[in-house]
Design a protein around this ligand. Sequence first.
Ligand SMILES: Nc1nc2c(c(=O)[nH]1)N[C@H]1C(S)=C(S)[C@@H](COP(=O)(O)OP(=O)(O)OC[C@H]3O[C@@H](n4cnc5c(=O)[nH]c(N)nc54)[C@H](O)[C@@H]3O)O[C@H]1N2
Ligand SMILES: Nc1nc2c(c(=O)[nH]1)N[C@H]1C(S)=C(S)[C@@H](COP(=O)(O)OP(=O)(O)OC[C@H]3O[C@@H](n4cnc5c(=O)[nH]c(N)nc54)[C@H](O)[C@@H]3O)O[C@H]1N2
Ligand code: SF4
Ligand SMILES: [Mo]
Length: 896
Amino acid sequence: MREIPGGIRSTCPYCGVGCGIVATETADGWQVKGDPDHPANFGRLCSKGSALADTLIDSGRLTRPLVDGQPASWDAALDLVADRFARTIAEHGPDAVAFYVSGQCLTEDYYVANKLMKGFIGSGNIDTNSRLCMASSVAGHNRAFGGDVVPGCYQDLEEADLVVLVGSNLAWCHPVLFQRLTAARGQRGTKVVVIDPRRTASCEIADLHLALAPGSDVALFQGLLAHLAMDGRVATEWVQAHASGIEAALVAAAMDAGRVADITGLEPGEIQAFYRLFAEIERTVTVYSQGVNQSSAGTDKVNAIVNCHLATARIGRPGMGPFSVTGQPNAMGGREVGGLANQLAAHMSFADPAAIERVGRFWGAPNIATKPGMKAVELFEAVADGRVKALWIMATNPAVSLPRADRVRDALARCPFVVVSDCWPTDTTRYAHVTLPAAGWGEKDGTVTNSERRISRQRPFRLAPGEARPDWWMLAEVGKRLGRHLSHSSAETWAHAFTYDGPAAIFREHAALSGFENGGTRGFDIGGLAELSDATYDALEPVHWPVPASGPAGGRLFADGGFFTPDRKARFVAVRYRPPVAAATEAFPFLLNTGRIRDQWHTMTRTGLVPRLMSHRDEPRLALHPDDARRLGVDAGDLVRVTTAEGTAMFKAEPSAEQRPGELFAAMHWTDDFTASGPADRLVQGATDPVSGQPELKATAAAVEKVRARWRGLLVRRAGGALPRDFYWARVPVERGQAYELAGWDALPDGAALEAFAAALLAAPVGAERLEAVDARRGTYRYALLVEGRLEAWLILSEAEGAVVPARSLVAAQLGERVPDGSRVGVLAGAARNAPSVGRIVCSCFAVGIDTLRRAIAADGLASVAEIGAALKAGTNCGSCIPELKGLLEATEAVA
Ligand SMILES: Nc1nc2c(c(=O)[nH]1)N[C@H]1C(S)=C(S)[C@@H](COP(=O)(O)OP(=O)(O)OC[C@H]3O[C@@H](n4cnc5c(=O)[nH]c(N)nc54)[C@H](O)[C@@H]3O)O[C@H]1N2
Ligand SMILES: Nc1nc2c(c(=O)[nH]1)N[C@H]1C(S)=C(S)[C@@H](COP(=O)(O)OP(=O)(O)OC[C@H]3O[C@@H](n4cnc5c(=O)[nH]c(N)nc54)[C@H](O)[C@@H]3O)O[C@H]1N2
Ligand code: SF4
Ligand SMILES: [Mo]
């Protein structure tokens, strides 16, 4: 660990914006702030980045290797992994084993994983969760540019006059880019168009929101291409010189305006307004993300967008270009090393025999793979049907995040040998024969590449807990051991290939491969970094690739052509609209869309630890249009069950006019560890894009029904963990423990059974003192547990119609507090006798109630929505309570 005066500079481990951070040690532990000098964020951080220090918790981490759940030494665990992989390969061939890795691996981890599988084991079977994330963009880039290259940079968002967000909720998913765009818009009046079936938070700055029908983007952009041609906007000379295939693309795009309106469900006037803006404004950036990629037509969507930029030569110039924003911190690094099953390495492809020979020679690989491996969804099918018999999962949680999560779980349960490396126990580690404890963020050392091709360092600043080790080290150790088991080459060859004295050595090799016999034929060339010393690697400043050994580095690409196809010309792709695979039917009349919320990161292993990140959205909710809710008899907060052909899951209903009728939205984040029926991916179908193999995660046919709650409750306790699954619960971390919102569709048990039920929920430690208050007439039961006079757990169960359950925060505030003898009754009542009432919640984002608002308006003289926001945060997020806040202010004024 290297001390840097003023703190240690590193990179945020969440989204692909790749913000720089500075970690400093204080008396209260680590403090994480935005790095003012990092070109991605210039000091800014979003809510998740700002809460990073709160995730640096050792308790609960995986700290020792586990074999069949029992602690084992690293040697024993690694020997076992190598032995089982070797035996499987010997008996069934290299394609019977696989790695499933992640855009959250560092480039160095990823490089070693790819080299081990493709170069030495000799199979293409390494795929990554980027298959669920960026595969359609990669395929679209490859088709259009002959290489997986993002042409522009973040500054383009600030230099554009029109920014089109397609299937991107930038406000919540790339918040710092959204902040940069919002600031630029304030200065230059940038027009913003949002294309998303939902009215998202990103629409707050939109001049135009096109709430198109799910999956209809290709038709919209085909119509745009036709409009551009008709309007005389094609940059004929540039297109002649630098692209091919426009004729066929225009033929495919020939579609009258009425048909575009029919397919997209948009008003012709809205469509024309968008087309006019795009036609007239030259400095246009089209940002796209999962509404584009996670689709059975994802690759075609990408090319439909890119076609419009090629036709107008708006690419690689300031303020212009198609811009695929990446999700994970190192989605790009994974693409650079070749971590997708259909790529080879360093932007070289299996389609080119010379490339296979070249990579094999560079690696000294005894057994290089010669064909692509299986893509994620297919890979797990192969695990299910026994073709893959040994699987190593690293830095991803497929039991939660893959579509058809129950099938994935069955597959894992059936797989003869599963290895999982993670920092925390997860829904996936439950299926592991061997669990390997990984060093996490703040502990590991390496590089990541962000959405704009900028490579930044992740530097360690704290010790990994227990025996946790970096992923690259585990892979290299298994590589060396495999060499002793497998006979197709000498153990020395393997030992040589997998002996690294640290991440800098791996990075040098990776950089050298990118430049190896490149000569400008491959976009990814960082050969200029191949000679970094350990010290210069340590001190590496954020750097924009390409960085060839000689010639120009960084910057925008393709303004003057120079694509990576054989003739150096870009390709138009003649795409045709196809509807999503699933359509609403009588049995499944809704389409289920899934995605993200502002303050959670994927499967919540880190953000789920932080109470303040839970306060924005605390329970798994299902958004549906108010008309649909009315028809189903569902009010806000009611329990609903969603059923699809794949499975069922429970949510709290959230009627919302931001939804289109007939469509549902659920967050992807919740797991079996946080809620009764677990991940939304239990519901999601597995259809994939035929080119990219990316699953269609945003359109599954679904049915919804209201579930009548016979009882409701609240449990607050110091202990964590999951509860049984025969009633609804959602776990919400609070400052000193855990709260669980409860509801049941069966009647509460009675008598001794009720006592046993309550005791199990309270999880009484030995010697705890139990208080209870039973109001059998109203069907309300209250319990409190004290340990050494302090509140350990608290529970209310109530069958009463409209039962008032005290606010979670009030009870939670008493947790661990001493309960004076005279206050025992008060504690049972809700531990909140003296706390002021919150009242009906007005701002649901920050749980600000009407009583709190009235008090603050009166006592602090708050006179505007902005002042309320500054004082209480109410109204500062989704803004849906602003009309109500205005009403409250007016009422107060009238009284005065
Ligand atoms: N807070 C937070 N931020 C994150 C993450 C996180 O977990 N939490 N994860 C990161 C990762 S890995 C990723 S990949 C990114 C994802 O970032 P985004 O892609 O912005 O996020 P999503 O919410 O998955 O989906 C974006 C939008 O696509 C819309 N959509 C659905 N179907 C269609 C369609 O057919 N057409 C169009 N045009 N839009 C459609 C959805 O309604 C949704 O609003 O976020 C990154 N940032
Ligand atoms: N329905 C639906 N499903 C989706 C999506 C959607 O929009 N809708 N989005 C998809 C997308 S875009 C993505 S990217 C995926 C994300 O899905 P996952 O990759 O499954 O989600 P994470 O929770 O980020 O998983 C990362 C895991 O790695 C662990 N980890 C963190 N750091 C390290 C490390 O350094 N080493 C190791 N070994 N482990 C580490 C974390 O504890 C965590 O368990 O979900 C996909 N699934
Ligand atoms: S915008 Fe992304 S990279 Fe930046 S702080 Fe937030 S999560 Fe981290
Ligand atoms: Mo992603």
